[in-house]
Write a protein that binds this ligand. Structure first.
Ligand SMILES: *[C@@H]1O[C@H](CO)[C@@H](O)[C@H](O)[C@H]1NC(C)=O
Ligand SMILES: *[C@@H]1O[C@H](CO)[C@@H](O)[C@H](O)[C@H]1NC(C)=O
Length: 249
């Protein structure tokens, strides 16, 4: 009983300390938000400098290892005619990111990041059932989908919310738009291992990747929007504006 009370007290103290003292991580440069162009430039420099430092994870900010990123399960119900589930997903290619530009739109308090990945390769055990375009497809096994030369627009809004300690930041509305140079995929063991049929479907999928990716690109949009919004959120959420930025109004 006594022990439990002590632990609870300790937790409470630690919790309140961490809430009161929340600051930017040491490796993030504090930017001045007064001028939108200079601010955008500063955020871009931060992104370029910080990403390599967190790519292998940062436990204190709940950032997982991104090299590769492991995801236990991804369920894709992008259309009523196709169910695809990926298990034990290893997402490779995140370290190939190049941050090409950042734009901060002051009126909307909106960040727009333009990124480029050399590739984003999802390797996993898959289970598929349904139709892609008009072709029936079913099976389970090992497979990969490799989105190459991926141009990504990631945007999110920065809101002010009221908390116990006043006005703090909340990152919201993450959104991702994509443009790929090529997509290469292979699903092993389709149709219970009927190799000729399986190979034919794989050939079809690769030859028609531009039409096929409308079914699959949510893998990229969903995963990246969750990665980038949680990284930004882990730095900025619950921070007071003047703790996050200089010249905060
Ligand atoms: C995922 O990986 C775990 C650990 O290696 C394994 O036990 C599990 O069977 C795998 N799941 C699937 C669906 O392959
Ligand atoms: C997809 O899954 C849902 C829910 O489990 C099911 O109702 C539906 O029939 C499935 N569709 C196909 C094409 O397998």
């Amino acid at each position: 009983m006594f022990y439990i009370m002590i632990t609870q007290l300790l937790c409470f103290v630690l919790l309140s300390l961490s809430i009161q003292c929340k600051v930017l991580p040491k490796y993030v440069t504090k930017c001045s938000i007064g001028d939108a162009d200079k601010f955008s430039h500063c955020v871009l420099n931060n992104a370029k400098a910080v990403f390599p430092l967190i790519v292998n994870g940062d436990k204190s900010h709940k950032i997982p290892n991104l090299n590769p990123l492991f995801i236990e399960k991804l369920d894709l119900n992008s259309s009523p005619s196709l169910n695809l589930t990926l298990h034990n997903v290893s997402l490779e290619g995140l370290p190939t990111v190049d941050f090409t530009s950042v734009k901060f739109i002051k009126d909307e308090q909106k960040f727009v990041f333009e990124l480029f990945f050399d590739y984003l390769k999802f390797k996993s055990f898959y289970i598929v059932n349904g139709k892609i375009l008009v072709l029936p497809i079913s099976g389970s096994g090992n497979g990969f989908i490799d989105f190459q030369k991926a141009k990504i627009l990631f945007s999110c809004n920065m809101k002010k919310i009221q908390s116990k300690k006043g006005e703090v930041i909340r990152i919201e509305n993450p959104n991702v738009e994509t443009n790929f140079g090529n997509v290469v995929m292979y699903l092993d063991n389709l149709f219970n291992g009927k190799k000729v049929l399986g190979d034919e479907i794989n050939k079809f999928l690769n030859e028609n990747w531009k039409d096929v990716i409308t079914e699959f690109q949510v893998l990229v949009t969903g995963t990246l929007s969750s990665i980038f919004s949680s990284i930004m959120g882990s730095f900025l959420n619950d921070l007071k504006f003047d703790a996050a930025f200089d010249d905060a109004e």
